[in-house]
Design a protein. Structure first.
Length: 107
């Protein structure tokens, strides 16, 4: 089953060199165990905008969906054999990036 692990961060909290090394180690372990699908970091929330083109409305807010201190700064899409394995990987991801993460199953 596929899962999304989203990294929960603060806007002014870039990853340190040591954290990036640990993230690379985690990514390599995912690849070695055929659990890696995709991962990427996100630009800060002030670069986001909500787009609504339902019924050809052509609306762009020019700002992120949520005005909050916490945001998603990156994510992994992983393959896990069970919910327990996924949770174990989410724990490892949290430790590697030194941030809280959200684990969510995908359809």
């Amino acid at each position: 089953m596929k899962y999304l692990i989203s990294v929960i961060d603060h806007a002014e909290n870039p990853a340190t060199t040591a954290e990036m090394i640990e993230i690379d180690k985690f990514n390599n372990a995912l690849r070695a165990n055929d659990q890696w699908i995709f991962a990427w970091g996100l630009q800060p929330p002030n670069t986001a905008k909500v787009i609504d083109n339902r019924n050809d409305a052509n609306i762009s807010t020019g700002k992120p969906l949520f005005d909050t201190k916490e945001n998603f700064s990156g994510f992994w899409v992983i393959e896990a054999a069970s919910p327990e394995v996924a949770e174990s990987l989410a724990n490892a991801a949290s430790k590697a990036c030194n941030r809280k993460v959200e684990l969510r199953p995908m359809h």
